[in-house]
Design a protein around this ligand. Structure first.
Ligand code: ADP
Ligand code: SF4
Length: 698
């Protein structure tokens, strides 16, 4: 093996940097006081009312990690605002109180305040479960394409809606909530729908003029203050811009609304709508990107203002406070990636912060109706069902040595977490740099922040004297056996196929052979680039093909994006990337050809076939980038399996293959696999289902 990579040992500082003192000042919010300025704003998690124990344990981590306020996700107030299939919080009647009380108790145990985001989503609900008729300011289609409409609310409906909201606020207080939100953001609640001209075409006192369109929001704020305002703070979550022109809330009108309601809520939580403009992936928006849309609010109200911007840098946070943009630092994703972010700032451990990379895999949990997961934080969503803590891990069981082969996200996380357990760990990496696919992908346009997956782990590894890192070390099976570690984990990654096999093709594509001008994402990342007219063939459906197209276009190629799917990068809908990808492709002049497959490639002619009518056409192109499927680089693992008879002499007790070398997936899968390997090494194997589940029995 090559020389060990340089390692620095840094003592743990426990002194907070005085520059950050301002972040730890208490903030009075109506009748309650937040102990510092770190505010975990509401965020979905795919667990909600269906998995209350898992939900409460996840929120508890935030409180333990130092957030002064820990919020729920959206909380439905009535069956006529049912969000099925999405799993959010619910307060339809008293029987929903205990689930949220669980969260409040856990949040309070760490001295944090619990906040509840009440909502009735009107035409942006579904009622697929309740089968109630949807309601809206005026007759209109549903937002998400359900084949039923919402009916216009009568005055009676408006009174009922106000009553439901009031009763839910009271239930929230009974659950133990300290802050009750009125929600008028994300194009997701009636209080906002009444503001929007495109949704509110009423001619009574609730429609028309701005004063009329604001009436319901004002009434609900007043109702909530009246119902619970003596002991609970009443927050308003308000979207200042929808980027939709006059049909949506626009900044000019938002300024008037903020002025009209300035002192009514105890706290303003302000952002940009809809969700895809709020939680923008890092590929399309930098830290603090919302500032130009919300910076006017603090000048208009004396009440505290919280806002978001994927803040992970305490310096940026301090700047937001000192420049008078915000009073409290709102975080959803940064609190998911590192629930202990405030604690780390407080303890002078800023370089231990596991910074969010803005990949929005967390969003995909909610979108796919599954519990939240996070690329950076593999314990997210596993706090209750696996008992995983983001900062703590069981000590090692023995003096065994562990060899980790491969320094991508899986290998790095395995090595780091094994090192945290106290194992003697050696990490061998073939290349001259760590990070594997993360390092390579982070060089693609817009993905620079993804390198944080590597950087945090390398930073932690450097602090652990029991982890040795060997770069430039391509290990063979004999090297592994000679090394003599008791446990070996292979995390050697994968590579992209060149033959065109993928979802749409059970066999290679005609003409995708050696010597043809066929490129893969690996080629692009290795700097081996096509020129001229290039077709990027996407049979993968997520980000790789779009980024390849963008990268080549930026280098001057004429680029067409081609997919057998009916839409561009369909999975990117789940990460809120989709619209941004489409806009960027349009801006760069990348032609999108959908519903077409490739049937052959000869010379510089690609033969395409429409997947529906099977009409064929020829497309001239100088090269094809094929983004279809990947194959594990598991030759080392397979060879070691074949040599199992040599293991005893080499003292080898266990061999595992993890991450992309086992089955290619997301970076999140690789990090999770590495973490899981480290957690489970030498621990008793789970009997049966390897996690706890919720059971509902009445
Ligand atoms: P994952 O996403 O599963 O972590 P990556 O492809 O990101 O996978 O990382 C795998 C890493 O393993 C790469 O950096 C690669 O250079 C390294 N690697 C592959 N084969 C070997 C080997 N035989 N010895 C040491 N390192 C290897
Ligand atoms: Fe950030 Fe990605 Fe984790 Fe979401 S999944 S919190 S975007 S690192």
């Amino acid at each position: 093996m090559a020389a060990q990579a340089g390692r620095r040992h840094r003592g743990l500082s426990t002194m907070r940097d005085p520059r950050y003192d301002i972040l730890f000042e208490p903030v009075k919010i109506g009748p309650v006081t937040a102990k510092n300025r770190f505010f975990q704003v509401p965020h979905c998690n795919g667990m909600g009312h269906a998995m209350p124990l898992a939900h409460a344990a996840m929120r508890e981590m935030k409180a333990e990690g130092g957030w002064a306020v820990v919020s729920t996700e959206e909380c439905e107030i009535h069956p006529s605002g049912d969000l099925t299939p999405y799993v959010e919080a619910r307060l339809w009647d008293d029987r929903d109180i205990p689930a949220l009380a669980l969260m409040c108790d856990k949040v309070h145990a760490h001295g944090a305040l619990a906040a509840l985001e009440l909502t009735h989503n009107g035409p942006t609900a579904s009622n697929l479960y309740s089968r109630e008729v949807l309601i809206a300011p005026s007759h209109q289609p549903t937002k998400y394409g359900y084949p039923h409409q919402a009916r216009a609310m009568t005055k009676h409906d408006i009174r009922e809606y106000r009553r439901w909201h009031r009763e839910a606020a009271i239930r929230g207080r009974r659950a133990g909530m300290d802050i009750i939100y009125v929600y008028a953001a994300h194009d997701l609640s009636l209080a906002m729908h009444f503001l929007q001209r495109r949704r509110n075409q009423r001619s009574d006192e609730y429609g028309g003029s701005l004063e009329n369109r604001v009436r319901l929001l004002r009434e609900v704020l007043e109702d909530t203050k009246d119902a619970v305002g003596d002991t609970c703070a009443v927050a308003l979550r308000f979207a200042t811009e929808e980027l939709l022109g006059p049909g949506g809330v626009e900044r000019a009108e938002a300024r008037e609304i903020v002025a009209m309601l300035a002192e009514l809520p105890d706290l303003w939580d302000v952002n940009v709508a809809a969700w895809y403009n709020d939680s923008v992936p890092s590929r399309f928006a930098a830290e603090g990107a919302q500032e130009p849309f919300i910076d006017f609010v603090k000048q208009t109200t004396s009440k505290p203002v919280v806002g978001v911007g994927r803040f992970t840098s305490p310096d940026t946070m301090v700047s937001q406070l000192k420049r008078g943009v915000l009073d409290m630092i709102g975080c959803a994703r940064p609190s998911i990636a590192d629930p202990f972010l405030p604690r780390k700032v407080e303890q002078g451990r800023v370089d231990d912060i596991r910074e969010c990379i803005g990949c929005n895999i967390c969003v995909s949990g909610d979108m796919t109706i599954s519990p939240i997961r996070c690329t950076q934080n593999p314990t997210m969503g596993e706090e209750w069902r696996k008992g995983w803590h983001p900062e703590r891990i069981a000590p090692k069981r023995s003096a065994a040595r562990v060899l980790v082969v491969g320094g991508g996200p899986a290998g790095l996380e395995a090595a780091r977490a094994l090192g945290q357990r106290g194992y003697e760990v050696s990490l061998a990496e073939a290349r001259k740099e760590l990070g594997g696919r993360v390092t390579r992908e982070a060089r693609l346009p817009g993905l620079a922040e993804w390198a944080r997956v590597r950087d945090w782990r390398v930073g932690q590894i450097r602090k652990l004297a029991n982890i040795a890192v060997y770069l430039d070390s391509v290990l063979t099976a004999q090297d592994v056996l000679d090394f003599g570690a008791e446990h070996v984990v292979i995390a050697t990654g994968c590579h992209w196929r060149r033959d065109g096999y993928g979802r749409s093709h059970g066999a290679a594509i005609d003409g995708f052979v050696d010597g043809a001008r066929i490129y893969t994402p690996d080629d692009l990342m290795d700097g081996h680039l096509p020129e001229g007219r290039v077709v990027v063939f996407d049979d993968d459906g997520f980000y790789h093909a779009g980024i390849a197209a963008e990268a080549l276009r930026l280098r001057g190629c004429e680029v067409a994006y081609l997919t057998p799917e009916d839409s561009v990068a369909p999975w990117s809908q789940h990460t809120l990337d989709y619209r941004h990808i489409r806009k960027r492709m349009a801006k760069l002049g990348i032609e999108a050809i959908v519903s077409h497959d490739i049937v052959g490639y000869a010379g510089s002619t690609l033969v395409l076939e429409n997947v529906w009518d099977h009409q064929r056409r020829a497309l001239a192109c100088d090269a094809v980038v094929t983004v279809t499927a990947r194959l594990p680089d598991d030759a080392l693992y397979q060879e070691l399996l074949r040599r199992e008879s040599d293991w005893p002499a080499a003292a080898l007790q266990s061999l595992r293959c993890i991450g992309d070398a086992e089955a290619p997936g997301l970076i999140a899968h690789a990090v999770y696999a590495g973490h899981r390997y480290a957690r489970e090494l030498e621990e008793p194997a789970a009997v049966g289902v390897p996690f706890k589940r919720h059971f509902h029995i009445e």
